[in-house]
Design a protein around this ligand. Structure first.
Ligand code: FEO
Length: 400
């Protein structure tokens, strides 16, 4: 593959992986992903910014043939999708040094067994001269892992942001000159940065101090519309959920589904946007994306073997792990003769700083009396949302 020029002596040599279905054996990738890597040729030295997942080394090494020398391998993040090919690169370029922070060096030694004498450790704000090209290292911890950093190319005003501003997209154009990028970006943010949204917000302010003409992330398209990308991230990191409900449920014999359907209708009639995810076949990425800014989450949970259905428990565990800024949490569901679904689910969401609403748990198939409880639940959600004066969600039409 030929390198693609993205600036004067700056090249994109990333690999698109359209076949990959899961990331971290967890995150569904409906559009595959890409591992973006870049080369900067200074007058004196050449730097490679990040590498690719080791599964793609053969294709990547072919692109590297276009560069006789690599003096520095900049490692912005130790996770293998960016760093997994560093060992191969060091074999190919025996004089190359890995330039990174001390935390990342330690991770690379632990996870990839990169020898200690191959590192050049830099500090926050330190610069590296390549000859008429200057790299500045900006530490941005917890933009996924604690060692994450960005690299800024001063002369060209390009920010190599690694996971920050990334998206799992192996399709479409090299540049995100289209507002449709907001959904893949949000999904990506939700999947790996939501628990650290305060850190991400602080780091955004840090990188915002630099003039930017291009953001070159480690996944997905590159961004020229810097303001749009920053506006999106500001929205997601401000921890201010919107006037909408995420209703996630699983159902074995339709009893819980009937309750979920009744609640969806009741919310709709009260003009409350609601996103429904059937956990039996639903997309966990979509679920994560909705957690970013839903003020209320309702979990529909059937009881099986006296416990919550494992798929409902899994969703509760995932929501708890992502620590979204949810304000209210509701539980609805059906049981046969008893069980501990309520207690178990409540314990699973202990990280959520949400008010738990009165549950609607029904023995067997719902009756008119139960439907009235669902209507009451919808009334409570509406009253709570009105009280907080939550921002309205932008419609898809407004995004275009
Ligand atoms: Fe794209 Fe955290 O790795």
């Amino acid at each position: 593959m030929l390198p693609v020029k993205i600036g004067k002596e700056v090249y994109f040599i990333g690999i698109r992986d359209w076949d990959r279905e899961l990331f971290d054996a967890l995150i569904p990738l409906p559009n595959g992903t890409s591992y973006n890597s870049y080369v900067i040729k200074g007058k004196n030295k050449t730097a490679l910014i990040d590498t690719v997942d080791p599964q793609k080394w053969v294709v990547f090494s072919n692109s590297l043939k276009n560069f006789k020398d690599i003096d520095y391998v900049i490692s912005n993040h130790a996770e293998q999708d960016h760093s997994g090919s560093i060992g191969f690169v060091l074999e190919k370029y025996p004089k190359a040094k890995v330039v990174t922070n001390s935390k990342c060096r330690d991770f690379l030694r632990d996870h990839l067994h990169i020898p200690g004498d191959r590192f050049m450790v830099i500090k926050d704000g330190e610069e590296l001269e390549l000859g008429e090209k200057t790299l500045k290292f900006i530490f941005t911890p917890w933009v996924h892992w604690p060692e994450t950093m960005c690299t800024y190319l001063k002369e060209d005003q390009i920010l190599f942001s690694c996971d920050l501003f990334g998206s799992h997209l192996a399709t479409g154009n090299m540049y995100s000159d289209d507002k449709k990028i907001s959904e893949p970006l949000k999904r990506y943010f939700a999947e790996i940065m939501l628990p650290f949204s305060a850190n991400v917000g602080a780091n955004m302010k840090k990188v915002d101090e630099y003039p930017l003409s291009l953001i070159a992330p480690g996944h997905g398209p590159l961004h020229r519309d810097i303001n749009h990308i920053f506006e999106l991230y500001e929205d997601w990191t401000e921890n201010s959920p919107k006037h909408k409900v995420l209703l996630m449920y699983v159902s074995m014999h339709k009893s819980t589904e009937i309750l979920a359907s009744k609640l969806e209708q009741a919310l709709y009639m009260r003009n409350i946007p609601v996103e429904v995810v059937n956990l039996e076949k639903g997309d966990l990425g979509k679920l994560a994306e909705e957690l970013v800014d839903s003020a209320t989450v309702v979990l529909g949970v059937p009881t099986v073997l006296a416990s919550p259905h494992p798929k409902a428990a899994y969703a509760a565990y995932l929501a708890n792990m992502l620590r979204p800024p949810v304000k209210y949490f509701g539980i609805i569901g059906s049981y046969g003769w008893g069980g501990k679904s309520l207690e178990i689910i409540s314990a699973l969401v202990s990280n959520l700083k949400a008010e738990v609403l009165k549950p609607v748990m029904v023995r067997g198939l719902a009756t008119e009396k139960d439907f009235k409880e669902i209507e009451k639940l919808a009334d409570i959600i509406k009253a709570k949302h009105d009280e907080l004066k939550l921002k309205k969600v932008k419609t898809a039409a407004a995004e275009k």
